[in-house]
Ligand binder design. Sequence first.
Ligand SMILES: O=C(O)CCC(=O)C(=O)O
Ligand SMILES: [Fe+2]
Length: 199
Amino acid sequence: MAHVSSGQGFTRTSSARESLTNSIDVDWNVEDARSLVSSRTFDLASDLLDVDVPYEGQEPLTFLHYMKGYEYRPHIDGNLFLSKRSQPIGNRIATTLIYCDAADEGGATVFTNGEKLKFQPRRGDVLFFAYNPDPKTEAMHAACPVMAGNKTTLTQWHRLGVSSRASWDNFSDWGRFHNPYQGSEWKGSRFSVQGKADL
Ligand SMILES: O=C(O)CCC(=O)C(=O)O
Ligand SMILES: [Fe+2]
């Protein structure tokens, strides 16, 4: 059972997932650990997907802490295709996982359909996956139970079509989430696929 926190002092529970979680809103007006880590995940996503993934208006960074026996059963993070024909405006298209601490035993991230990949993370590893072409097959994944030690991760989901004026919760039916940094905008440089050919 997970105690899934919004960071606003309430939790909801999920039987598919057992971890301690916290949502970390990013203030895009300042350059700090949160904005720098989060922005790098969007740059990576833009580069790999060949489409500019916005920074502002995205879901918060989510910190997950798995203790011994905790796991996250097979699930999909998003349910739309990223194809030339469909325009997944406002929807999740990909996920970046940053492994802050690896378990001593267990805690692999596995892709349970398609090619059945198993990724045994070490501290500092980063895993990126898109839901293309079929999110219900290749992108179905799970976090194996932690058998010894602790595992902590930061998850950043990536959406297209969000902005400082149109945040992610406008495009989901989970209700409106208070973000103290709503409307903040990154003033620094950012990766763009337009300049990629010149690299
Ligand atoms: O911690 C993991 O290995 C997977 C986490 C995950 O699936 C998620 O945050 O959506
Ligand atoms: Fe997931």
